[in-house]
Design a protein around this ligand. Structure first.
Ligand code: DGP
Length: 112
């Protein structure tokens, strides 16, 4: 379930501190350490999956999007962008699957 040398597994287990905004048995959300917008939240499954392409649990995939809804409603964020970088060529740097929530500034479209 957890991977020894994975930074987000360590955050999920509480071994590395994070600013949590949501947590249940399967999912944790916390503030990004290097925010790209005034609000920048990461949502991770606690179980280790390297990329979105590796997540073989469709129930969990739905729960991750429900967490986006719950967090944004709770923070009264109406306009936001959800991003999943899948693979290094798409900008993924941490290989523990995660969703970004970005909000609080004008977000360009199409993205760079
Ligand atoms: P990505 O490029 O999609 O893999 O995004 C990884 C994000 O993770 C990046 O925006 C910075 C963030 N991040 C990396 N290490 C840590 C950490 O130790 N704590 C927190 N809160 N965020 C981290």
């Amino acid at each position: 379930m957890y991977k020894e040398d994975c930074i987000f597994c360590k955050i999920a287990q509480g071994q590395i501190p994070s600013t949590k905004v949501f947590e249940n048995d399967e999912i944790l959300a916390f503030r990004d350490i290097n925010p790209k917008a005034p609000t920048h939240i990461l949502i991770i499954p606690k179980a280790h999956y390297e990329t979105l392409s590796d997540v073989d649990n469709e129930t969990l995939l739905g729960k991750l999007l429900q967490a986006v809804q719950q967090i944004t409603k709770g923070l009264e964020i109406e306009h936001y962008r959800t991003v999943i970088n899948n693979g290094s060529g798409a900008g993924q740097e941490v290989f523990h699957m995660h969703l970004h929530i970005l909000a609080g500034r004008k977000l360009d479209w199409p993205p760079g």
